[in-house]
Write a protein that binds this ligand. Structure first.
Ligand code: ADP
Length: 484
């Protein structure tokens, strides 16, 4: 099979900048594709957080038409750790040297349209500077959804316009809404706004532009792919997605070099399905670090999550009275809605067997995956979800609501525990069932742990599926261009 030239344009990427699962995917998938022999380049902004990672400044000056005039930027280069995949940072301190990625404590940045126009168009301009002709441009979610629009409009008659585009939806709820008075920022005309897919309810909707223009749209689990084509899960796009008729789900993998209890540098002791001794040490270390009584016998439930209603944090809060009435320990790591942060901090101070850590804390997320016995994800909807896969790899059985990727990746009473109804009663009942299994059916619980740990979840399989999807997109693009 001939090798492919693949350009990833992403708004976050592990290990450089991360707010959620998109970053894990943007770090792992390019590396897996490069490993399979493809020429893979990743472009992302030089945010302040990325600056602790050294990168070589290139001589190129990037000239990106944003708004009424060109904006000049720099380009620096590095590689994904342990991979040949090249990473290019687009440097523009006014736009990106800030305390947050999409926003800060005051909310989303007001100039996000300009920031992600600079990234989307800048990535295409960079290809020209590097003489890199991508076969496929892979973009993710609304921040890079302008790329397929550009390929079909401003770049259509350039060599770059031959590239197919694949838009992966990680979360349909974040759509990039902007006032139409900002349209000039994108360099796109009113015809593209009105007839070319950008206009929704008299407002710019960047994601919709991508959904209309991308050669292929996919999402990150088969069940979520089905859910978003229904009125209940489509966030207003179910009709558009059904009309496309090509939306399929490819489950994310997990990065075995980062999420692996045998190699994990963050945890107290290594362990594996062949020798679980280290897991007990991890549990004791987590209890010590969180100021919980150091008891090997008590079931420890962990949670690592954005504290938002998508993640079912409201039904979790409602069920805490019932869960904490059990002989159990609960550890929560997360940040998000203030009421939830406040509640968990308050409980942390008043309840001896509940602890919360508010904020982003990468090492602690690994320690929770390794040290807990059970891992809770009561999501309202979940495009794929990574933590339930990480927890299975660490023998920490997930308790999940059976939606989206959670339903696809957890086998009930085999590698985890599932409940259907979005309610605190269903959640508490499922937790009680898991606690019963932990206490009263230790042999079965242990067999479940081993099964979960041995389950193949690496990126190899997903990378092969993306490779096939890219070839399909290329064929489709060639067809479109020939048809005019
Ligand atoms: P989403 O992308 O919707 O937030 P995922 O389960 O796909 O959910 O991915 C979440 C990723 O973010 C996981 O890698 C998880 O460990 C990480 N994460 C979430 N909150 C925190 C936090 N407070 N500290 C460290 N890592 C976190």
């Amino acid at each position: 099979m001939p090798r492919l030239n693949v350009l990833f344009v992403v708004s976050e990427c592990v290990p450089f900048a991360k707010t959620g699962g998109l970053a894990d995917v943007a770090g792992a998938l390019p590396a897996a594709l490069a490993e399979r022999g493809h020429d893979v380049r990743v472009v992302l902004p030089r945010y302040r957080v990325t600056k602790k990672h050294p990168a070589r400044m290139l001589d190129h000056v990037l000239t990106v038409p944003v708004s009424f005039g060109p904006v000049f930027g720099g380009v620096s280069e590095t590689t994904l750790p342990g991979s040949r995949a090249k990473v290019y940072f687009l440097e523009h301190d006014n736009l990106f040297d800030r305390g947050g990625i999409y926003g800060d404590s005051n909310g989303d940045f007001g100039d996000n349209l300009a920031r992600y126009t600079f990234l989307s168009r800048g990535a295409l301009e960079l290809c020209k500077l590097l003489n890199f002709e991508p076969d496929v441009v892979h973009v993710q979610d609304w921040p890079t959804s302008l790329v397929p629009v550009y390929l079909n409009t401003l770049y259509r008659h350039e060599p770059l316009g031959r590239a197919a585009s694949v838009l992966t939806v990680h979360n349909l709820a974040y759509q990039g809404w902007f006032n139409k008075s900002e349209l000039h920022v994108t360099g796109l005309g009113w015809d593209t706004y009105l007839k070319g897919g950008l206009e929704r309810r008299d407002t710019i909707n960047v994601l919709q532009g991508g959904l209309v223009h991308a050669t292929i749209v996919n999402t990150v689990s088969p069940t979520y792919a089905t859910e978003i084509q229904t009125p209940g899960g489509g966030e207003g796009f179910d009709g558009l997605l059904r009309a496309r008729g090509d939306v399929l789900g490819i489950l994310n993998g997990i990065d075995d070099t980062i999420w692996n209890p045998e190699l994990d540098k963050h945890i107290a002791a290594p362990f594996s399905a062949h020798d679980l001794t280290g897991k007990a040490a991890c549990k004791a270390a987590l209890q010590r670090e969180m100021g919980l009584p150091e008891r090997p016998d008590v079931p420890l439930i962990g949670m690592v999550s954005r504290l938002v209603t998508q993640k079912g944090i409201d039904i979790f809060a409602e069920s805490l009275g019932r869960i904490l009435a059990e002989d159990v320990q609960v550890v929560v790591l997360g940040s998000g809605e203030k009421w939830a942060e406040d509640l968990f901090l308050r409980l942390s101070h008043s309840t001896p067997h509940f602890r919360a850590w508010i904020g982003m804390n990468e090492p602690l997320s690994h320690k929770i995956e390794a040290g807990a016995d059970l891992f809770l994800m009561p999501s309202r909807y979940e495009p794929c979800g990574l933590n339930q896969m990480y927890s299975q790899r660490y023998g920490t059985l997930p308790i999940v609501r059976a939606v989206g990727g959670l339903d696809d990746t957890v086998d009930n009473f085999v590698t985890g525990f599932k409940f259907e109804e979005l309610s605190s009663a269903a959640l508490s009942q499922c937790v009680e069932w898991a606690l019963h299994a932990y206490r009263d059916e230790p042999a079965h619980f242990r067999a479940m742990m081993l099964r979960a740990m041995k389950k193949p979840m690496g990126w190899n399989h997903a990378a092969r599926q993306y490779e096939a999807l890219f070839r399909l997109a290329m064929a489709k693009r060639r067809g479109h261009l020939t048809d005019g």
